[in-house]
Each structure stands twice: as structure tokens, then as C-alpha cells.
Design a protein around this ligand. Structure first.
Ligand code: CTP
Length: 412
């Protein structure tokens, strides 16, 4: 995910989870963001300014009046340059101050002065989190338009179990990415499929493929960032469900077919990134197949072509397919594009290093109905997802024009 050109202010208040803010800062810097850390006095009891200065590569802002030595008004400069402001962890005390507009330190002053989106990630003891006053304050923050990143549940530093844990740094960073991404797909419904399918052979074995699901998950994440309502139908993967995305878990191709066709009906765009098994065992044995001495023959029968069925559905939607090839990339992808009623094919040579299955990068060629072929260098799967969704945004324009044409004709 790229956050190049974005300035993120990370406000850290005084809770034990402040150590996670260090990792969040590192991830934001890694994503290309300029990170300005603002530490409260209490936060310095948990993490040092030096740690955060080293991780962010910039001096940490600590006191309102330190900044007035500059020619500009420091807290206003921080507030104005922010593309988003993340407060992690946000203590009950900071939340109360934000809810009532108190600005008695640098962090709370910056929050009042900024026009950028404010994300608040509370972290505290479960009883404090459930306290009626804290909950009322959190509700006020939501009413004021701030994004509250709900705390996770689990073992807390205080020894209790329950809600109050600061979400992991990658979750915080993802929410920042959502906040700073232009909403080019606002109001659109996007269906993405991902992962392999497992075709049962017996109760303990299956026929599968090497798909990790990373490409489809990257598309779903990127579509959510761009404001789409996203459904992800995924085969078995090791990946965690995505926040803000409806995740539907399936195992076999036929289960994926059912779920995908159901959700495709209401979708404006379908991105079929799953590696669907083309065949399944004709029969799945009821009991574990026992080891024998001779060869074992398994008869396979074809699975439905889900993408072709989606391509034949009534209604208008942008359909994106993937073509996993080992040779004749463009010719094969073009053939599939036509056969399956697809608008855009994302073709990749799955034998190339750093492309295809189970890696974080991909080398893709985009082929559309007009015959345009666009080859890309190696990119992260997140970047590939961005390129695909840029094309989806462009592809929807002709649809609108086609729909509008008869009305214009009538008026003349
Ligand atoms: N696909 C599908 N249902 C299948 C097989 C594939 O929906 N039973 C979809 C894939 O999700 C992908 C596209 O069709 O978007 C192309 O998949 P690919 O495996 O490259 O091609 P196949 O159609 O399976 O053809 P082949 O295996 O002969 O290359």
C-alpha cells in the first residue's frame, strides 16, 4: 500500500499499548507516509521520544509551547499539514477531553484545529471501556465525525480478559489507508473472489491448488479503501478476514459458485481472482481411503465455470477475470476474455519468479475488449489491485453513457 505524499499525525497518549504505536509508525513510514508523532506527557512514561523520533525520522512534537519558537504557530502547522490524524492508544482521559473540546495539551489542541479525518483507537481496561461515561464520550466522538477503531478483545495488560486491547498495528494502518484514499468507488458494490477451492476426495483429503488468496484479498482491501461495499467470497486460505468487508467462506467450487452467483446479482463489479478447481473427484469417499498396494485411480468430473456464468447473468456490471497461464499468455487470456463475457482480463505467467501463487508480487498484463494490451513491470499485489480498480473506475463510464443515450435521443 502506498501512502506516498500523505502526512499522517500519530498522537500517542499514556497507555501500556503505546508500544504498538511504535510499530504503527514504522509501518506508516514503510508505506511512504510522512509521519509526525505527537506525544502526550503521560505517553512518555511508556515510550521515549527518541524511539519515535528514530522510527518516524522526524522530531517528535511534545509540548504546545515548544512549537511557538518556530515562525509559524506549531500546533496549527501540524493540524493543517495532516491528511489524517491517528490517536493510538487513546486513553479514557484523552477521549473525555476530545468529547468535550478540552485542549490543554498539544495533542488535544491539534485535534481541535485540524480539518483532516481523526481516527481514535481506544485502549484501556475492560471495565473502563464498558464504563457508561466512557461509552457516552465515545458516542460523542462518533457524532462529531471521528472514526472510532473499536478495541479488540482478549487478554489485557491489567490481567483482565475482555474488550480494551489496542488493535494490531497493521489494522490501525489499514484504517488510516481507508481514511486517506480517494473514494473513487463510493456507493459501488464490488464482489471479489479469492483463494483456491478444495475438492474433497475423502473426509481427510482434497484436490487443491497453490493459490494463497493474496491477490483477491488485495483487491477486496483496495476496493474497500476506495469506498466500495465489498463482498469477498474466499476459498480456504491462511489470511485473516478483512475489516469492513463482508467475508463469505466457502470450500469447494460448487459452494463458491452458489455464493458468487448470489452476490454477483447485486454487484456493479465482479473481480474473479479465485483459482477455481476445474475438476473435482466424481465421488468423495464417505470414509478415509485406505492404503493399498497398487495404483489408485481417481475419476475427476468438471466443475462449473463460475466466471462464464457471471458473464452470462442479466444486468450490467464490470467483470474482471484472471488468466493464469504458463505459455501463450496474451492469446490464451484473450480467448478466455471472449469466452467468459469479461471486460478486463488480468493475465499472468504463473511460472515467472515473483508472480502468481503465494508471493506478495505479481507481473501482470491487462487485456480489455477493445484489444488494448498493457504490460506492467513487477508490482506488489496491492499495487496490482490499485491498477485493476483504476481500470474498473474508467470502464464504468461507457456503461453510464450507454444508459443515458436513449433519453437524450428522446429529448431531441
Ligand atoms: N474460473 C471460474 N471457474 C472455473 C475456472 C476458472 O470462474 N471453473 C475463472 C477464474 O477465477 C479466472 C478465470 O476463470 O478468473 C480464468 O481461470 P483460469 O484458471 O486461468 O482458466 P480456465 O478457464 O480454468 O482455463 P484453463 O485452466 O484451461 O487455462
Amino acid at each position: 500500500m502506498s501512502m506516498r505524499g500523505k502526512t499522517i499525525v500519530v498522537g500517542v497518549s499514556g497507555g501500556i499499548a503505546a508500544y504498538k504505536a511504535c510499530e504503527a509508525v514504522r509501518l506508516l513510514v514503510q508505506a511512504g507516509a510522512t509521519v509526525q508523532v505527537v506525544l502526550t506527557r503521560a505517553a512518555e512514561e511508556f515510550v521515549t521520544p527518541l524511539t519515535l523520533q528514530a522510527l518516524s525520522g522526524r522530531p517528535v512534537a511534545r509540548r504546545t509551547f515548544d512549537l511557538t519558537e518556530e515562525s509559524e504557530i506549531g500546533h496549527i502547522r501540524i493540524a493543517d499539514t495532516a491528511d489524517a490524524l491517528l490517536i493510538a492508544p487513546a486513553t479514557a482521559n484523552v477521549i473525555a477531553k476530545l468529547a468535550t473540546g478540552i485542549a490543554d495539551d498539544l495533542l488535544t489542541t491539534v485535534v481541535l484545529a485540524t480539518r483532516a479525518p481523526v481516527l481514535v483507537a481506544p485502549a484501556m481496561n475492560v471495565h473502563m471501556w464498558e464504563n457508561a461515561t466512557v461509552q457516552a464520550n465515545v458516542a460523542r466522538l462518533r457524532d462529531a465525525g471521528h472514526v472510532v477503531i473499536e478495541p479488540a478483545s482478549g487478554a489485557l495488560a491489567c490481567g483482565y480478559e475482555g474488550a480494551g486491547r489496542l488493535p494490531e498495528p497493521d489494522v490501525l494502518v489499514e484504517e488510516v489507508a481507508v481514511a486517506v484514499t480517494e473514494k473513487t468507488l463510493a456507493g459501488r458494490r464490488v464482489l471479489v473472489t479469492a483463494g483456491p477451492t478444495w475438492e474433497a476426495l475423502d473426509p481427510v483429503r482434497h484436490v487443491a491448488n497453490r493459490s494463497s488468496g493474496k491477490m483477491g484479498f488485495a483487491v477486496a482491501r483496495a476496493a474497500r479503501r476506495r469506498g466500495a461495499r465489498v463482498t469477498l467470497v474466499t476459498g480456504p486460505t491462511a489470511l485473516a478476514d478483512l475489516r469492513g468487508v463482508e467475508c463469505v467462506h466457502v470450500t469447494s467450487a460448487r459452494e463458491m459458485e452458489k455464493a458468487a452467483l448470489h452476490h454477483a446479482a447485486a454487484a456493479d463489479c465482479v473481480v474473479m481472482a479465485a483459482a477455481v478447481g476445474d475438476y473435482r473427484p466424481l465421488e468423495a469417499a464417505r470414509h478415509k481411503i485406505k492404503r493399498g498396494r497398487g495404483d489408485l485411480e481417481i475419476r475427476l468430473t468438471p466443475n462449473p465455470d463460475i466466471l462464464a456464468k457471471i458473464g452470462a447473468l442479466p444486468g450490467q456490471r464490470v467483470i474482471v477475470g484472471f488468466a493464469a497461464e504458463t505459455r501463450d499468455l496474451v492469446a490464451n487470456a484473450r480467448r478466455k476474455l471472449q469466452a467468459k463475457g469479461v471486460h478486463l482480463m488480468v493475465a499472468n505467467d504463473v511460472t515467472a519468479p515473483d508472480a502468481g501463487f503465494d508471493v506478495d508480487t505479481n507481473i501482470v498484463t491487462l487485456i480489455d475488449r477493445s484489444g488494448r494490451v498493457e504490460r506492467f513491470e513487477k508490482m506488489s499485489k496491492d499495487e496490482v489491485a490499485g491498477v485493476i480498480l483504476d481500470r474498473v473506475r474508467d470502464l464504468r463510464t461507457p456503461r453510464t453513457t450507454v444508459r443515458a443515450a436513449p433519453r437524450r435521443l428522446r429529448r431531441r
